[in-house]
Design a protein around this ligand. Sequence first.
Ligand code: ATP
Ligand code: LTN
Length: 331
Amino acid sequence: MKRKKIVFSGAQPTGSLTLGNYIGALQNWKALENEHHCLYCIVDLHSLTVRQDPKEFHGISLSFLTQYLASGLDPEKNIIFFQSHVPQHAELTWILGCGTYVGELNRMTQFKDKSEKNKDNVNSGLFTYPVLMAADILLYKTDLVPVGEDQKQHLELTRDIAARFNNLYGETFSVPEMYIPKIGARIMSLQEPSKKMSKSDVNANATIFLMDSEDTIMKKMKRAVTDSENMIAYRDEQPGIKNLITIYSSLTGLSIEEVVSNYEGKGYGAFKIDTAEVIIEFLRPFKKNYKDYMNNPDFIENVYKKGAQKAYGLAENTMTLVRERMGLVQK
Ligand code: ATP
Ligand code: LTN
């Protein structure tokens, strides 16, 4: 029998999850849970590369875990946990960091963007962020990493780090593949459709958050930037409309062609309102689940404690091998 593939992914607990996070990542996480061994992590150590208010950060971290569950991830099928609960992530980061060149990290576009945005805090964690991400993935001998397109460069670096280690010390890590959705790997900002929709966008109208109220969603969608072509078509020359079609298609399961043909000859106003309604409908069960889980903190605690316990065991197996390969004296 073929062994089930191992899947690992994560999101940083900062701000609030967006529709981009859902369509680019979480929707796929759920789709993979039956046929694979999946680990879904709240990568809280990654969030520390930007200064966090401790009290707020604590609440956001728990809220993220709750949003993972509310989006339908089954805690019986998946290992759901906090990165900081499994110290091997930090240990492997150090070891892999010693095999990663400064030149490689210097090329990372996310580092360049984020250091541009946080000029007063360009810390070494921000620089070595991709090594921690490589450690997250390699620690579990991951085969598949479902992420949005913005993570491609980090994934390629992870593959290089894994292959280099295997070459030097003998076969240790799986070299993971990236798994991105065919449609929706890059949901764009509603205000500047040439930029990705981001949690941290300063323009509040640019991003739909999963926790936004129905009114807010409707308002943001009505303000979404389109163009003057007056034609609902899926093409690069109309990035705003293309993005809305992508959102509509991803949430309803209709193909791009079906969406386009349903709206042939119709105006942008109606299409925006219908897309807003699709989003609102889609988020209704999510919000109900979120409220139910929030009223049950013991359940949440049980999920992440059990998750960490399972992840710890798997991580320790890999670390024992890594330490042995490198000649570190076993404990
Ligand atoms: P920020 O934009 O503030 O850097 P983020 O929204 O990218 O944060 P992450 O926690 O870094 O948030 O990402 C979680 C997952 O969501 C990643 O797999 C990422 O690729 C995916 N993702 C994020 N934004 C989008 C988007 N606009 N379209 C598709 N996928 C996305
Ligand atoms: N860097 C990612 C979040 C992340 C991740 C991971 C994704 C950290 N570790 C491991 C997949 C696998 C981001 O910024 N979206």
